[in-house]
Structures are given as structure tokens and as C-alpha cells.
Design a protein around this ligand. Structure first.
Ligand SMILES: NC(=O)C1=CN([C@@H]2O[C@H](COP(=O)(O)OP(=O)(O)OC[C@H]3O[C@@H](n4cnc5c(N)ncnc54)[C@H](O)[C@@H]3O)[C@@H](O)[C@H]2O)C=CC1
Ligand SMILES: C[N+](C)(C)CC(=O)CC(=O)[O-]
Length: 336
């Protein structure tokens, strides 16, 4: 179950005594500054926060500043918060320095359970009291990550979508030892920072969106493994098909419209029996070398000479146009 009060009403969740008021948070620490940590940094800077980042890789600062610079023109075209500036990014020498005066901490280190456990315990030891520490994990339940922290009550999952500076959704959940107030605090902070929040009352395996994405991805891999579709066919089947509708309406309401005037009830009467048809192979395929190579080669072919930086720019432009067209941006012409 998810909280009945989802976006925009996560603000209606109980206030969190003992925490910094979410609307007055000004300083954010981002720990781990790769694809996602860097994306978070760009987002928080554009929203006018002071951001301190830390990442142990020797070339991390160069990569981070390059990512922020690449995203900045898009963020500027969307409208920066008053006072927003790339000069408000500090890269700390140590993890302890990064979080010493943070009012919210976003962890985006590699997806490795042991590493996350140790890092969250270290972050908890170094972060001032009353500050929530959120993990960007794509799927570990917080209960499994908070095992070694001295104060697990302030550890939450805050799962973003790539790139966090453009995709609004954040999925928020606590673990068995998380204080409900910390979950509410994170949800309210993300909303104040311009995100759309889904708060999960329980630890849902894969959260919500990744569970759905993984089902789709598993089927895509089966089709490549069996020679039923190419990587290009799979991408086209979504970008020229359901993907266009999903940017406007989710899969449920989209299918309700498949029932015509009868809506979802007619859709279920009509197509419900086909749910049992053997279309899906939900067991995961073996990710052997042959499948691995076929997917990588198919993506290279589909990229057709475009570099990763070209693809990032193309994706960002497209997402902004979709957000604008569907009225999710100030000045948009959509009807939402
Ligand atoms: N890539 C994606 O599309 C998404 C990833 N995530 C999650 O975000 C997290 C980060 O993933 P990515 O940014 O894709 O990985 P990445 O590999 O691009 O970046 C990870 C960064 O963490 C740094 N790092 C390594 N050890 C560290 C440590 N002990 N403490 C702090 N930083 C450390 C690395 O130097 C690297 O810069 C993962 O938990 C992942 O599941 C969430 C949503 C989407
Ligand atoms: C590929 N991924 C599982 C890391 C993706 C995510 O977690 C969310 C996203 O950005 O789609």
C-alpha cells in the first residue's frame, strides 16, 4: 500500500518534530557524484540550494562539474530559482566535511549492499542530529541497508529517476527501524525542492516504478535472447507506441480508455480473459554472454553514431518538450 496522500499532498503527512523544517532546508549534501549523484547536484543547485558533494574517485570533481555544466543550459531554459548558481557547489575533501553542516543528505553511491550499509552508518555518525539521510538505491529495502547505523531512525529511501534534474518522481520509503517522521520529512523536503513524491507505507519489492520497468525490461531481454525482436524494434515499440500515451496518462487510465464509453469495466470484460494468454515469460532470462553482447551491440547500432553525450542532450530536450506540452512546466500549454 502507498500512502493515500500522494503528490501533491505529502505535505499533509504528519509534521516531523525534531527535524529541520523541510521548507527552510538550504544546505544539501550529495554523497556519491556519478550519474545520479551528479544529477541530484544539478537539480538542487538549480533550485537555489547550497550543495556540498563528496565522491572518493580521483576524477569525480571533474566529472561532476562537466555533468552540471552540460545540464545547466536546459535547467536555465526551464527557469532557475532565485539565487541559483553553479558557484554554490562545494566539493568536499572528506565525507565528514561534506555532511558537517548539511540539512539534508542524499546518498548515491554504487548499488552494492555491503557498501551502502557501511556508508549509511558512516554518514549517520557524521551528520548532525535532526537531519534525514536518504539513499538513491534502485531497489534495496531500507531495512536491509540500515542494519549497522547507530541511529537507523533517520534513514530513508529516496529513489529518483534519471536524470533527477528533469524527471520529477521520487519514491520515498522507510525501513522497519525508520521513524515515520523521517519519511514525512523526506517527502516534504523533496516537494519543497520541486519533486513529485510517492510515499510508500510499506517496503514494496522494487518500489513501484522500478517493479513495472523491470517487468517490461525482462520481457524485452527475452525477446532479444530468442531473436523475436531487435533492440531497435523494442525501443521503437515504446517510443512510437504506448510510451507516447504513458507520458500523459498512466497504464491504468490508458487502458480504461480502451474500453470506450464502458471504460475500465468494459475493458476488463472484453480483454480480461486474454490476461491468461501466454504472452509473458516473467522468469528472468539468463544474462549470458550471448544476450549481453546482443543487447550492447543492438544499443550501439540504435545509437547510430551518436555519443552518450549526444543521447543525453537529445533525451533532455525531449523530456523538456514533453513536460512543456503536458503542462507540467510553468507556461506549458497542456491540459493537465
Ligand atoms: N543510473 C540510474 O539510472 C539510477 C541509479 N540509481 C541509484 O543511484 C545510485 C548511484 O548509481 P549511479 O549514479 O548510476 O552510479 P555511478 O557509478 O554513476 O556513480 C556512483 C558514484 O559513487 C562513487 N562511489 C564509489 N564508492 C563510494 C563510496 N564508498 N561512497 C560514496 N561514493 C562512492 C563513485 O566514484 C561514483 O562516482 C545507486 O544506488 C543506483 O541504484 C537510482 C536511480 C536511477
Ligand atoms: C536502471 N535502474 C534500475 C537503475 C533505473 C532506475 O532505478 C530508475 C530510472 O531512472 O529508470
Amino acid at each position: 500500500m502507498t500512502s493515500p496522500e500522494k503528490t501533491p499532498a505529502a505535505t499533509a503527512l504528519s509534521p516531523a518534530p525534531g527535524f529541520v523544517p523541510p521548507e527552510s532546508v538550504r544546505r544539501v549534501a550529495c554523497v556519491g557524484a556519478g550519474v545520479i549523484g551528479g544529477g541530484w547536484v544539478a537539480h538542487f543547485l538549480a533550485r537555489g540550494y547550497d550543495v556540498t558533494a563528496w565522491d572518493p574517485a580521483p576524477d569525480a570533481e571533474r566529472r561532476l562539474r562537466r555533468l552540471v555544466d552540460a545540464a545547466w543550459p536546459t535547467l536555465a531554459s526551464l527557469g532557475l530559482a532565485e539565487g541559483a548558481s553553479r558557484d554554490r557547489l562545494t566539493v568536499a575533501e572528506t565525507l565528514e566535511q561534506a555532511v558537517s553542516d548539511a540539512e539534508f543528505v542524499q546518498e548515491s553511491a554504487p548499488e552494492n549492499l555491503g557498501l551502502k550499509r557501511d556508508l549509511l552508518a558512516r554518514l549517520d555518525a557524521a551528520t548532525p542530529p535532526g537531519v534525514v539521510i536518504a539513499s538513491s538505491t534502485s531497489g534495496y529495502p531500507m531495512t536491509e541497508m540500515q542494519t549497522t547505523a547507530a541511529d537507523p531512525s533517520r534513514l530513508v529511501v529516496g529513489h529518483p529517476f534519471n536524470p533527477p534534474y528533469l524527471i520529477p518522481l521520487v519514491e520515498v520509503a522507510g525501513g522497519e527501524r525508520t521513524d515515520a517522521g523521517a519519511v514525512a520529512q523526506a517527502a516534504r523536503f523533496y516537494e519543497a525542492a520541486g519533486k513529485s513524491v510517492i510515499t510508500m507505507d510499506n517496503e514494496i519489492p522494487g518500489f513501484i516504478a522500478n517493479r513495472l520497468q523491470e517487468a517490461l525490461w525482462r520481457e524485452a531481454l527475452h525477446m532479444v535472447a530468442n531473436g523475436e525482436a531487435t533492440v531497435r524494434d523494442i525501443d521503437l515499440s515504446i517510443t512510437e507506441g504506448p510510451g507516447l500515451r504513458w507520458a500523459v496518462m498512466g497504464p491504468m487510465l490508458t487502458f480504461a480508455l480502451a474500453g470506450g464509453e464502458g471504460g475500465m469495466a468494459h475493458m476488463l470484460d472484453h480483454f480480461g480473459p486474454s490476461l491468461k494468454s501466454p504472452w509473458t515469460r516473467l522468469e528472468a532470462p539468463e544474462l549470458d554472454k550471448e544476450l549481453y553482447d546482443a543487447v550492447v551491440a543492438g544499443c550501439d547500432e540504435a545509437a547510430d553514431g551518436r555519443s552518450i553525450a549526444d543521447l543525453v542532450a537529445e533525451r533532455d530536450w525531449g523530456v523538456v518538450e514533453v513536460l512543456r506540452a503536458t503542462g507540467r512546466l510553468a507556461g506549458g500549454e497542456g491540459t493537465r
